[in-house]
Design a protein around this ligand. Structure first.
Ligand code: 13P
Length: 322
């Protein structure tokens, strides 16, 4: 249950008006709040910038006047912002907000995988640890992966990690044959093609919007495959009125807010009782933690300078090619 102004917290103190306190602290400390589309609705609503992984990296790279960045997303997004803004304090509301994809690709194992494929260019998804980024030639997001992979010759030897579903999708649309790391996202893996097909029978006019981290059968069924920003843009610009959305549930907030006259139906996962449409890491961030994070200026993203320097090159290369 959401904690509200006037309630008493666990320490026996009155709960502050979180929204106003966050806005006050933000101004007082010269902080900027950035939020990914998968964040809880109230965090999206208070953020200065909302975006997909690509937009958040692009905005961080251009931020001039902020002393502090509070990255409401997951850990790797905070790391990317820190690499791009080494002179700023980068905070995230909960340090435990990790990523199942990044976890599926440990640095040592990835280093062995790279070593086993000599002569290959290493392309990694941004959903990786800073250590994996440091082993990478160029990073991509779901918003620019196709464009960046297409900058390489058709016969180039390429490794792609860690998301096998995004990798498969990019191979299919670019005609490349990248060697894929076998990782996946716990949210996107769970959507059920069979249940979506049943839902489509009930809503024959609904367009199916699919994130490329979903499995291949969903990509094939989709009307649109794209990053969260691409799916949102499509929903806004389309004349269609009904959409089935196969990605993390947080994006539905912006879709509904931008298109109040349209209907957005969350795609069903295999187990309808599991709550799998919610990323367990993204939803660790709450307004209470955001307030505490601004108040205490903790937890802060700290990165070893040498690794940050190695990771900067593939991030900057991605931004140049985007
Ligand atoms: P985008 O932000 O590129 O849509 O990717 C979503 C995601 O999986 C973030 O973890």
């Amino acid at each position: 249950m959401a904690v509200e102004k006037g309630d008493i917290n666990a320490a026996g103190n009155p709960v502050p008006d979180l929204k106003n306190e966050i806005l006050r602290l933000k101004k007082e400390k010269g902080a900027v709040i950035m939020a990914h589309y998968y964040q809880p609705a109230e965090i999206q609503d208070i953020a200065d910038y909302i975006g997909d992984s690509l937009a958040l990296a692009q905005i961080a790279a251009k931020l001039q006047n902020a002393e502090i960045i509070v990255l409401c997303g997951v850990h790797f997004m905070g790391e990317t912002a820190k690499v791009l803004c080494p002179g700023k304090k980068v905070l995230i509301p909960d340090l435990n907000a990790g990523c199942s994809l990044a976890d599926s690709c440990p640095v040592d194992s990835f280093a062995s995988f790279v070593a086993a494929h000599p002569g290959h260019t290493v392309i990694s998804y941004v959903n990786t640890s800073i250590g994996v980024k440091a082993l990478t030639d160029v990073l991509v997001t779901s918003g620019n992966a196709r464009k960046i992979v297409e900058t390489f010759p058709k016969d180039a030897k390429l490794i792609f990690g860690p998301d096998r579903n995004l990798g498969n999708y990019i191979n299919s649309v670019t005609g490349r044959n990248m060697v894929l790391w076998n990782g996946a996202c716990h949210v996107h893996e769970e959507f059920s093609a069979e249940k979506i097909a049943e839902l489509k029978k009930e809503h024959p006019e609904a367009k199916l919007l699919v994130h490329p981290e979903c499995k291949r059968p969903l990509q094939i069924m989709a009307d649109v495959v794209g990053s969260t920003a691409v799916l949102l843009k499509y929903a806004i610009e389309s004349d269609d009125k009904e959409f089935i959305v196969a990605t993390e549930s947080g994006i539905l907030h912006q879709m509904q807010k931008s298109c109040p006259d349209k209907t957005f139906i969350p795609a069903p996962p295999n187990d309808s009782t599991c709550g799998c449409n919610d990323c367990r890491y993204m939803k660790l961030n709450t307004m209470e933690k955001l307030y505490e994070c601004l108040r205490t200026e903790q937890p802060e993203i700290i990165i070893d300078a040498e690794i940050a320097e190695k990771a900067r090159k593939p991030i900057e290369r991605m931004l140049e090619l985007s």
